[in-house]
Design a protein around this ligand. Structure first.
Ligand code: RIB
Length: 332
């Protein structure tokens, strides 16, 4: 690998002059600049990014930890984060943990060792060890889509309880009395909060909640498919299902079709997230929209403010959800 010294020798200048040309840290004459650039081209010199970042104490790189990069919700939020960081001249290193605690811990260590400028952690699992390790290492951190309880750090979450309530109230307004619920992994706060919203709407309507109407999924389509099959073969059969994310709701649409049930005539289905696919299923999916672009952009705004001032008090941002009514709950 060509060094700065070799470039300086080729250009007939000092290594310091080469460094000033590379980093624009001091005025150099056009003649010196041209001689250095010419020497770098001839020697095919590539600046050592790690060395530069160590000198400057910044890498212009963020870490992004996602629990499931194949899930469109996380993919769309991750895309918003990468786009916002790129506009600020930063790269993003993506780590996909598959909700596996060991992978979460490993990736946290990898990102810490790279001395990144900041980490955005989306969907942290129940185990807080990784989050605590990042905090203890003094790396600026923003957590998205998880309520961190008493941990003092910046968070961006959405009104999950409100979303579950809106979805269920919508189904009640259509006259449904037996409403099933396909939950996410119960140890993950957003899903649990949506279920409390579902329960609250039924309680306010004076409807007793049968535990058999709640079936757990794992946020992936196959679990929504099998949970819906279980609910739809129940007696009496529910006439509507609130599903705690769109991927499972798409699985539920498949189950209804397989049983020869019409949506929404025989079974109304409402999802959560409003991923891009939700507009293109047949029937199109009624869902509770999370502001994915805003979530990503706000997370980047917060991490840059934190990188600029580590002493800022923690900021907890809770963004609203919105019911998007489409064909899977009502034919307009
Ligand atoms: O679709 C994935 C789900 O997991 C989303 O609803 C998101 O909020 C996360 O909790």
């Amino acid at each position: 690998m060509t060094t700065i010294r070799e470039v300086a020798k080729k250009a007939g200048v000092s290594p310091t002059s080469v460094s000033h040309v590379l980093n624009n840290t001091r005025f150099v004459s056009e003649d010196v600049r041209e001689r250095v650039n010419s020497a770098m081209r001839e020697l095919n010199y590539r600046p050592n990014a790690l060395a530069r970042s160590l000198r400057r104490g910044e890498t212009h790189t963020l870490g992004l930890i996602l629990p499931d990069s194949a899930n469109p919700f996380f993919a769309e939020v991750g895309h918003a984060i990468e786009s916002a960081a790129f506009l600020r001249g930063y790269s993003v290193i993506l780590c996909n943990t598959e909700n596996d605690e060991d992978k979460e811990h490993l990736y946290t260590e990898v990102l810490e060792n790279k001395q990144l400028d900041g980490i955005i952690f989306v969907g942290a699992g129940e185990n807080r060890e990784s989050i605590s390790a990042i905090i203890q290492n003094g790396i600026p951190l923003v957590v998205v889509d998880r309520d961190m309880g008493n941990l003092e750090l910046d968070t961006v979450t959405t009104e999950n309880h409100q979303g579950g309530f809106l979805a269920t109230q919508h189904l009640l307004s259509l006259g449904h009395q037996i409403i099933g619920c396909i939950t996410g992994p119960s140890n993950i706060t957003p899903s649990a909060e949506r279920v409390t919203g579902y329960r609250e709407a039924l309680r306010q309507a004076g409807i007793h909640i049968e535990d058999s109407l709640l079936v757990r999924g794992d946020f992936h389509a196959p679990s929504g498919y099998s949970a819906a099959l279980q609910l739809l073969q129940r007696t009496p059969r529910p006439t509507a299902i609130f599903v705690c994310n769109d991927m499972m709701a798409i699985g539920a649409l498949r189950a209804a079709a397989q049983l020869g049930l019409k949506v929404p005539e025989d079974i109304a289905i409402v999802g959560f997230d409003d991923i891009e696919l939700a507009s293109y299923t047949t029937p199109s999916l009624t869902t509770v929209a999370q502001p994915k672009q805003e979530i990503g952009q706000l997370a980047v705004k917060l991490i840059f403010e934190r990188m600029g001032d580590h002493s800022l008090p923690p900021r907890h941002n809770i963004l609203s959800t919105q019911l998007i009514i489409r064909e899977s709950s009502t034919r307009s």
